[in-house]
Design a protein around this ligand. Structure first.
Ligand code: CAA
Length: 678
């Protein structure tokens, strides 16, 4: 795991702990031993610490969190580095993250490859850097930059790091690193030893003269920081670096770290870290399953979904052929893609060159035959089985052998679509969430006959596109929308019984979701699947549609909207709800927030457990990812399944029993919750 090579008076400590050289207990012990030995060896004039494999240390070993600390700690290693009587050089490639960067900050010098990324992303795990990062980083890069890097956890590249003084030199590529680090160490060995970072003060002086910088930072970022514990603790720790001596700041950082690592927020975020990495694994798939090359993608349908999907590929540099039946919607789709890019450019997300490059990859066409050279064909047309089947028949005749045929359906049976082709093994669902170029979730729907190769390719592609992909089996609504349906049903039922739409929404907003059930319905449109001819006025939604209350799109849904799309409760809707209740003979009652929350969320979680039992989802953490990335479930609770574990299955089971009479005759309690009741 740790090898020491000596040449020309420089000891190179080489660490090899795949996959990411996490600083677990074995690595820490080996490192400390090697550093102490090299420091004590009079023949060694300088020390280099370098890693093998794809990266420098990616941080502490996250799987060790929550377990008793085993010595030596990372802090012990950093003390040894700062106390070394000869210069220590960190030679960084890949990533120096979290504890990895903290270790590098303990070295006298840092040299990095141009592509390396350096950062303190601990906040994303609900903690703060626990080995002096909040104290040393501002001493090198100054308080404003340290606040940005620690509070938001975003890494920077080596060139920026060098401009900031965080690294001392950079090399063009990985192959030069060992040699350059050796030469660099040899050269600095002849100079006086620089002061350890912990003793430097100069970069703190501006903030010492302007202590209000912290209050201003909190104010400017109030919305992003919300009530989250970790980012707020990060600010306090950096504030301590400025306010007092290093040792006190370090002790304060440690205290905050220990407090944070025990929070439910951190447990939830660590759960999500591993959930994201596990989701890509397909339980029954051989590891050597090949990945098909995807050089061109064909998309049928230039509506909202089609253009969002197209943008996803164009942004990633994959050429797209976009097919529509008529010129007008095709032109409209292409114009919308350009407009969306330009709107993003105004926010600084794209340069004009990037927009031009993306648009140059787009080939609009009115001819399905243009899809013949595509490696992946995606239909994004109306959610009607017959229409979808027609498209799949066409795909089957047009697509080249081995091409992947995908449906963007949100509810329909992918097996039925596969059955109209002669190649069901090539058919898969790719359920994007709207807007498809923004939302991170992709449900990859595995049909009964979808081949391993197709699944592997789509999962790999999703990673390339920056999506979080989760495998779902075939069922109505797949993982996300099937669970959502249970929540929406209860939301409507609660209103019929006596709650008002905004009271229901408020409960979920307070829980941390970005919108409530009725805000979501207004956004999607109340008239999806509704026609005046077929309307019977038997549901509240139909009643609203009949009164031309169609949602945000016409400024009137469950809420009233102004031109800026600001919503306010609608007295007209209150009157309609009251009339509807009277028609049903319901005597309305006051409904407490606790009942609303339990009736919205417990059936949703129960449906998740059923989905798991039926094998539709591979694992509970996949379901959590669906809700975090597709519906904005609050990350700090780890997703619905993790949340249910945290509040206790007995609590959920009790709630399900308490409200069972409201859940309809076909309601089934999942065995996970039945067990909790025994
Ligand atoms: N601890 C334990 N395991 C880790 C890990 C870590 N810090 N970082 C990555 N891994 C594991 C992953 O779980 C994954 O395992 P499996 O193959 O078994 O699924 C494997 O390493 C590869 O990870 P990725 O799939 O993420 O690989 P990638 O090449 O896409 O990305 C990376 C590499 C950018 C380093 C990314 O893994 C990453 O961001 N890692 C976490 C970085 C981080 O948060 N560091 C801070 C840790 S906390 C800390 O250091 C506290 C402190 O102050 C002491």
């Amino acid at each position: 795991m740790i090898d020491v090579r000596r040449a020309e008076g420089v000891a190179e400590i080489l660490v090899n702990h795949p996959p990411v050289n996490a600083l677990g207990r074995g690595v820490r012990a080996g490192l400390l031993h090697a550093i102490s030995k090299a420091d004590a060896d009079p023949a060694v004039k300088a020390i280099v610490i370098r890693c093998e494999g794809r990266t420098f240390f990616a941080g502490a070993d996250i799987s060790e969190f929550g377990q008793p600390q085993v010595a030596p700690s990372l802090a012990d290693i950093i003390v040894a580095l700062e106390g070394a009587g000869k210069p220590v050089v960190a030679a960084i490639h890949g990533n120096a993250l979290g504890g990895g960067l903290e270790l590098a900050l303990g070295c006298h010098y840092r040299i990095a490859t141009k592509a390396a990324r350096l950062g303190l992303p601990e906040v994303k795990l609900g903690i703060l850097p626990g080995a002096g990062g909040t104290q040393r980083l501002p001493r090198l890069v100054g308080v404003p930059k340290a606040l940005e890097m620690v509070v938001f956890g975003s890494p920077i590249d080596a060139v920026e790091a060098q401009n900031l003084g965080l690294v001392d030199a950079h090399v063009e590529d990985d192959s030069q690193l060992a040699r350059r680090a050796q030469d660099f160490a040899g050269a600095v060995a002849a100079r006086p030893l620089p002061a350890p970072v912990s003793r430097r003060q100069v970069m703190l002086e501006d903030a010492r003269e302007d202590p209000e910088i912290f209050a201003r930072f909190r104010e400017v970022h109030a919305r992003a920081l919300k009530s989250l514990a970790a980012p707020n603790a990060c600010i306090s720790a950096i504030e301590a670096a400025v306010a007092g001596p290093f040792a006190e700041g370090l002790a304060f950082e440690r205290e905050l770290f220990l407090r944070l690592v025990a929070t439910e927020e951190s447990r939830a975020l660590r759960h999500l870290f591993f959930a994201e990495r596990t989701a890509a694994k397909i339980d029954d798939m051989p590891l050597d399953t090949p990945v098909l090359p995807i050089r061109r993608v064909g998309i049928v349908g230039a509506g909202t979904m089609g253009i969002g999907i197209a943008m996803n590929f164009l942004t990633a540099g994959v050429p797209v052929t976009l097919v529509e039946r008529e010129q007008k919607p095709l032109d409209h789709g292409v114009a919308l893609i350009r407009r969306n890019y330009e709107a993003s450019a105004k926010k600084g997300r794209f340069s004009q060159e990037q927009i031009d490059a993306a648009m140059a990859l787009l080939t609009p066409s009115l001819d399905m035959e243009a899809l013949a050279d595509c490696d992946l064909l995606i239909e994004a047309v109306f959610e009607l089985m017959n229409v979808k089947k027609d498209i799949f028949r066409r795909f089957d005749t047009i697509a080249k052998p081995g091409a992947i045929l995908a449906s963007n359906t949100s509810y329909l049976d992918v097996n039925e679509m596969a059955a109209v082709t002669h190649r069901p093994e090539s058919v898969v669902g790719m359920h994007y969430f709207s807007p498809a170029n923004v939302m991170k979730l992709l449900e990859v729907v595995r049909g009964d006959q979808t081949s391993h190769m197709v699944l592997r390719t789509v999962m790999d592609l999703a990673k390339r596109l920056g999506k979080v992909a989760v495998i779902s089996g075939v069922c109505h609504g797949f993982i996300g929308n099937r669970m959502l349906a249970k929540r929406q049903e209860q939301a409507m039922q609660l209103v019929i019984e006596g709650a008002l739409p905004w009271e229901v929404d408020q409960v979920l907003l307070k829980f941390g979701l970005p919108m409530g059930p009725f805000q979501m319905t207004d956004l999607a449109g109340l008239d999806v699947g509704w026609t005046r001819e077929n309307s019977t006025g038997s549901t509240l939604k139909e009643v609203l549609c009949e009164a031309d209350r169609r949602g945000q799109k016409n400024g009137r849904g469950f809420y009233d909207y102004d031109e800026m799309r600001n919503r306010k409760p609608s007295p007209e809707v209150v009157a309609m709800i009251e009339a509807f209740r009277a028609r049903l003979g319901v005597t309305s009652r006051q409904i407490a927030a606790d009942e609303i929350r339990e009736r919205l969320l417990y059936p949703l979680v129960n449906e998740g457990a059923l989905i798991l039992e039926e094998g539709i989802a591979q694992r509970a953490s996949d379901i959590d990812l669906v809700w975090i990335n597709g519906y904005g479930w609050p990350k700090q609770t780890g997703g619905p399944m993790h949340w249910a574990d945290a509040i206790g299955h007995e609590t959920v089971a009790d709630g399900l029993c308490r409200w069972r009479s409201h859940f309809g005759s076909d309601f089934r309690v999942a065995s996970a919750f039945q067990r909790a009741l025994v």
